[in-house]
Design a protein around this ligand. Structure first.
Ligand code: SF4
Length: 317
């Protein structure tokens, strides 16, 4: 593989092997690029793409900066920061794959252990699809074409599935052991900590046992444990919270613990849901979205709340 491939996809085995023997001349520049990589990932949610017309020495720095970033982010000792970093790395790889050759994208897929073939469609092995498909209604199996044990996708959908696989790979490999990390990496980590937003604290919301429907309770718990919720789950939860009387600011704050949180986008979506007067999805819709987690014997998560309390009322601080 060419160096430009590894600079785009530095999480691959080949990039790792390259690093084991590479000689990086300018260590100061390497640390600066690595710190910038994490500050951009955590602070802006996005790592800018480097030009592929760079000289080899610069491409090598890009690959090395990924390796150093992993050490620095491990020292931040925060699952929230790690997940946010992994999301930005995955988006970076995805942006490259969107315009890369099929040959290169297939190489990335093989690296990630995603069984696939390209013919008329981009077909992904069933079990890999189940593992990596985004949790949204568009990717539900009932909405997909299947053939011979594989799920048929468009190219952009295929890249999206690979993006998820990259994210999970990076998340699962971090944090690295921080024992014996060099002093300059520790200093870089302290510097990064001072340049990134503070880790958001979960919004104070008291949920008495049985107050919220189990599906909503589960999503609220997932938010607190910094799990990424699918777009559909966020929408259902936001609409539900609005329907029980929470204010836009309170709903937005609840979502702020999500690693891919973007305040302006979230606020826009919550205000939009309020303005359009969306109603909480019925239990059968929730089931079709894959969000129902129990059999409560009600028709709507709101009815569950009514059943528990006789009337709708928000209880939050
Ligand atoms: S049955 Fe309805 S209220 Fe209960 S978990 Fe499923 S969707 Fe939620």
């Amino acid at each position: 593989m060419e160096l430009s491939f590894y600079s785009k996809y530095p999480f691959t085995r080949g990039a790792k092997e390259l690093m084991s023997s590479a000689k990086i001349g300018d260590e100061f520049q390497l640390m600066e690029i690595a710190k910038r990589r994490i500050v951009d990932a955590i602070g802006k949610g996005k790592i800018p793409l480097a030009g592929i017309e760079l000289e080899d020495s610069q491409l090598l720095l890009q690959v090395a900066s990924y390796a150093v970033s992993r050490m620095i982010v491990s020292l931040l000792k925060s699952r929230y920061y790690i997940n946010r970093y992994a999301i930005a790395e995955a988006k970076r790889a995805s942006a490259y794959m969107a315009s890369d050759s099929d040959e290169n994208v297939l190489s990335v897929a093989r690296e990630l252990g995603v069984g696939c073939e390209i013919d008329k469609y981009y077909s992904v092995r069933f079990q890999d699809y189940l593992r990596y498909a985004p949790k949204s209604v568009d990717y539900k199996l009932v909405n997909r074409k299947m053939s011979q044990g594989s799920v048929m996708l468009r190219r952009d959908e295929f890249v999206r599935v690979l993006e998820e696989a990259v994210k999970l790979k990076i998340e699962s490999e971090l944090p690295l052991s921080t024992e014996g990390m060099p002093k300059n990496i520790k200093e870089a980590s302290d510097e990064v900590r001072g340049s990134i937003p503070k880790e958001p604290q979960p919004a104070a919301i008291s949920i008495e046992k049985g107050e919220f429907a189990p599906c909503m309770q589960k999503m609220l718990e997932d938010l607190k444990t910094v799990e990424n919720l699918s777009h559909t789950a966020r929408w259902a939860l936001a609409v539900y919270l609005l329907n029980i009387g929470m204010k836009v600011d309170e709903v937005v704050k609840l979502f702020s613990t999500s690693p891919d949180f973007d305040e302006s986008v979230t606020r826009y979506q919550v205000e939009h849901a309020l303005k359009r007067g969306y109603k909480t999805p019925s239990c059968s819709s929730m089931d079709s979205y894959g969000l129902c987690v129990s059999n409560c014997g009600v028709k709507s998560p709101l009815a569950y709340r009514r059943g528990a309390f006789g009337k709708l009322s928000a209880k939050h601080e």
